[in-house]
Design a protein around this ligand. Structure first.
Ligand code: HEM
Length: 501
């Protein structure tokens, strides 16, 4: 037998051929990714994102199109910035994309992803969503909290009447956030928020801290295998743990106070409802909810409910102060419809058509969560001819879609009339307007949030005229945004109320 020997020149020929094939493969796979700005080794595109991430991504989408791909450290990120591509993701590819990434802040904040907003997609989340849709935020439940909203709004009107009598300047954010805190606190715990009670203050401060951390990138989120070391060294991990422990003590106490309490049908707060479900599940031996689940859901209600409603009302009043024409028109509507009735209640809201348009226009320009909550891709799919792979983080830039000149005429103008006679609503079916998101992960608190916003604005605009501080004109009102997962107005809006009735 002739021994088989490899000629010396063969590797020399094979090597470039193999390299060529490999390069072709890399080029082809690159071609299938959505386009995006080139990044740097290790950090990817981190350095190209400014403090207002949604605005940086909007600028990039103008150059690279409605579907862009970036890298945050080692994590791939895809961002959608057009209504049509949002429709494809949230409607056609909802199931492939409806998980949530396991981020350090969300995990620690929500007891290892036990809550509704941050739980990965799966049986457990489906069970929670069922509870939230049928029990926690159903129309019937939202109605059962009506008296809380009406009492708290009446109390705010009283506070403002005193400011009006003394012609004092008020900080709108402070007032409206304290309103939404009071409402959500009573809805969740059944008791009033006591500003001076130490435990309530600690809970509030820790919650704010945790929410602000939700908007930051931790090392372990950017470099999943090694980043945790940095998070431990910088103390971020420890800080989060401490926050959670402090909130835990408070929530434990609240839950214990509710145990064994007999509450009539329709009179329960959220803790009562969750304890009843826990009891029922224990009886049936089908346990989904433990104490930690209940605490995680409670934190969800606070984090999701307070910020988003407060932010919306502040932006609505800011835009109204900047547009005297719209302010005059909305006040005329409310005052015409209400006459001398003295207060707007929830039955009156549906008669206030222009108010509804003003709220929609506020959400078009100022959606509280401009990039929604990040999704995580679970299985591969194709969109716009590009391939999207599992573990990709996905954001829908609803802030950018609300400003798309192909959809909205004069997008930067605050023109509520654009919604006149239009069927566009905010329930997640109109992909050009998604303040509450869409698909399976859309907000379950739409009714709770929109009712509080409309009721409060209606009463404030009915009962008071609003003036800017001496020497300030509407052109001086600053509309800069503050960075974060939800977009606050950066500079507080200060105004002087004057009693109308
Ligand atoms: C103005 C009011 C509100 C706005 C604009 C708003 C907006 C949003 C948005 C944009 C999302 C993410 C949707 C997505 O990722 O596709 C969300 C999720 C959520 N919201 Fe709201 N929200 C509001 C009020 C509320 C209220 C009052 C509650 C409850 C008390 C609530 C509970 C939740 C929960 C639990 C989720 C997570 C849903 C999931 O991942 O399955 N929201 N909300």
């Amino acid at each position: 037998m002739v021994p088989f020997t490899i000629p010396a020149w063969l590797p020399l020929l094979l090597l470039p051929c193999t390299l060529l094939v490999l390069m072709k493969k890399v080029m082809e796979s690159k071609k299938q990714h959505p386009p995006g700005p080139p990044g740097l080794p290790l950090i990817g595109n981190m350095h190209q994102l400014g403090a207002l991430v949604h605005q940086s991504l909007w600028q990039m989408s103008k150059k690279y199109g409605p579907l862009i791909r970036l890298k945050l450290g080692s994590v791939p990120l895809v961002v959608v910035s057009s209504a049509e591509t949002a429709r494809q993701i949230l409607k056609i590819h909802d199931i492939e994309t409806c998980s949530r990434p396991e981020l350090l802040a969300t995990g620690s904040f929500s007891y290892n992803f036990l809550d509704i907003a941050f739980a990965p997609y799966g049986e457990y989340w489906k069970e929670l969503r069922k509870i939230s849709n049928n029990e926690l935020f159903s129309n019937k439940r939202v109605q059962s909290f009506r008296f809380i909203r009406e009492e708290e709004v009446a109390s705010l009107v009283q506070t403002l009447s005193q400011s009006a009598a003394s012609k004092s300047l008020v900080d709108i954010k402070e007032l409206l956030f304290s309103l939404s805190t009071n409402v959500i606190w009573r809805v969740a715990f059944g008791e009033s928020f006591e500003e001076n009670k130490w435990e309530s203050r600690v809970f509030q401060v820790k919650l704010k801290e945790a929410i602000s951390l939700l908007g930051t990138f931790s090392a372990s989120d950017l470099f999943p295998y090694v980043g945790w070391i940095i998070d431990r060294l910088t103390g971020l991990h420890g800080r989060l743990q401490k926050s959670v422990q402090e909130m835990d003590v408070f929530l434990q106490e609240i839950i214990e106070k509710h145990e064994g309490k007999k509450v009539g049908e329709g009179k329960e707060d959220i803790v009562d409802v969750l304890l009843k479900i826990e009891e029922l599940q224990n009886e049936q031996g089908s346990v989904t909810l433990s104490r930690n689940h209940i605490k995680a859901i409670l934190k969800d209600v606070f984090a999701a409910g307070i910020e988003s409603t407060g932010i919306t009302m502040v932006w609505a009043l800011t835009e109204l102060m900047r547009s005297p024409r719209v302010m005059k028109k909305i006040q005329a509507e409310i005052r015409d419809v209400m006459g001398n009735k003295g207060k707007v209640n929830e039955d009156d809201i549906e008669k206030l058509v222009y108010l509804n348009m003003v709220v929609k226009e506020t959400w078009r320009l100022h959606p509280p969560a401009p990039l929604l909550i990040p999704r995580e891709v679970m299985s591969p799919f194709k969109v716009n001819g590009y391939k999207i792979y599992p573990k990709t983080r996905l954001h829908v830039n609803v802030w950018a879609i609300g400003r798309d000149p192909k959809i909205w005429k004069d997008p930067e103008e605050f023109l509520p009339e654009r919604f006149a006679g239009s069927s566009i609503d905010f329930k997640g079916q109109h992909f050009e307007f998604l303040p509450f998101g869409g698909g399976r992960r859309a907000c379950p608190g739409i009714n709770m949030g929109s009712t509080l916003v409309e009721l409060t604005l209606a009463n404030l605009l009915y009962r008071f005229d609003w003036k800017l501080p001496n020497g300030m004109s509407k052109e001086d009102i600053n509309i800069d945004e503050a960075p974060g997962i939800s977009i606050h107005k950066k500079i507080p809006l200060q105004v002087v109320p004057a009693a109308y009735i």
